[in-house]
Design a protein around this ligand. Structure first.
Ligand SMILES: *Cc1c(COP(=O)(O)O)cnc(C)c1O
Length: 372
């Protein structure tokens, strides 16, 4: 499975993923909250999904149907959730390959009903409420309640499994006790109209975990959809200053090989125009510096700013499609990387997203015996 001499390489420690999932699911379960494991951030590598299930997630979710098909084939028994609102052109696959989808449009749900009828299937939907982040979901709660009734009483093949919200993705709005209480109240209002309980009141994603840790998630929220907080665990630590107890941020390791080490000026020579991506980076003149180039690039990681160097004394200073440039001057000469050396990096979410999707990056599963 692993080619010793192939770089760039992405190592994924499955035991760390199981343990991360277990930390989050156990903490949430004590507060009456179930966790669906979101694996779109790692291109839905199915072994990562299996690790999440092993760690206590009650289902698996992704945003794309090609990934959903892979999940369904590899773990046929798992409950599957489609997170991105379905396209009208993919409803048949949605119905055949996923159990639950997040929705906000009556025309889409109508097509789900019709397709289920034709195929003899049943499909669950979560109606999304937009509580201010301004991505998907109803702002008009009256219209949302009317659609809930329409589903309940006039669509025999669609089950309203609950309602949900997404925060912190487009509008950068934080989940709070106030906005999540709004969601719970909306759920109670819909339940009153339907005369039954909803199975899920889904209060968000990784960005809801800091509020959960502070004890601020209101009673009535019984479900979260968590990806980054289990796979990567870095956002909570760095952006929210709330590391999740027990969750480690180094389940993924990127390895890249050095292809050049040379002393060069730090300020480009000649007329500065735009870089390969049409941007004008800011360069600081620090005189002559020793720089290394590693063979991995924006195509695989998004940007050098989405990586962290494991080796101390190295500084990431730039990247292009296929090159990663590091300043190595501050290392003692004998410790400086040489051509052929392999450097290790930690990843932020975007680098995990790009590297798992890059065909040039070899993915290697570590400690996988127990799940494979
Ligand atoms: C991506 C996504 C999630 C999971 O996000 P993380 O930040 O990885 O936890 C949850 N819900 C929806 C609707 C999403 O699109």
């Amino acid at each position: 499975m692993t080619t010793p001499n192939h770089y760039p390489k992405l190592e994924i420690d499955l035991q760390k993923l199981i343990s991360n999932a277990a930390c989050v699911t156990a903490y949430a379960a004590e507060r009456g909250i179930e966790i669906t494991g979101v694996i779109k951030g790692c291109n839905s590598i199915v072994e990562a999904g299996k690790a999440m299930l092993k760690g206590g997630c009650t289902g698996l979710a992704t945003s794309r149907m090609d990934q959903m098909r892979r999940i369904r084939e590899a773990v046929p028994g798992a409950q599957t959730w489609l997170l991105r609102l379905p396209m009208l052109s993919e409803i048949e696959d949605v119905v055949l390959l996923s159990d639950i989808s997040l929705n906000s449009e009556d025309v889409t749900i109508g097509k789900i009903e019709e397709t289920c009828g034709r195929l003899g299937k049943q499909h669950g939907v979560i109606l999304m409420a937009d509580l201010g982040d301004l991505r998907e979901g109803f702002r008009d709660f009256e219209a949302m309640m009317a659609l809930a009734e329409e589903i309940e009483f006039r669509m025999p093949h669609v089950t309203l499994e609950g309602i949900g919200t997404n925060l912190g993705c487009y509008g950068s709005i934080s989940p709070t006790t106030e906005n999540l209480t709004e969601l719970v109240e909306l759920a109670r209002a819909i339940e009153a109209r339907l005369g039954r309980k909803l199975r899920y009141v889904s209060g968000g994603a990784t960005t809801t975990l800091p509020l959960l840790l502070k004890g601020g998630v209101p009673e009535g929220i019984n479900h979260l959809r968590v990806g980054e907080g289990i796979l990567n665990g870095r956002d909570l630590m760095v952006f929210w200053n709330t590391p999740f107890p027990g969750v480690v941020a180094d389940a993924f390791t990127l390895k890249a090989q050095v292809v050049e080490v040379k002393e060069k000026p730090s300020y480009p020579i000649g007329e500065i125009f735009v870089d390969a991506f049409g941007e004008v980076p800011v360069y600081h003149d620090e005189g002559l510096r020793i720089r290394a180039i590693a063979a991995v690039g924006k195509q695989d990681i998004g940007s050098h700013e989405k990586l962290l160097v494991r080796n101390e004394g190295l500084r990431l200073i730039g990247s292009s499609s296929d090159h990663l440039i590091l300043d190595v001057t501050d290392l003692p000469p004998e410790a400086r990387p040489m051509v052929g050396d392999v450097l290790e990096f930690d990843l932020y979410y975007p680098a995990m997203l790009y590297s798992t999707g890059s065909v040039s990056v070899e993915k290697v599963l570590l400690n996988g015996e127990t799940v494979l």
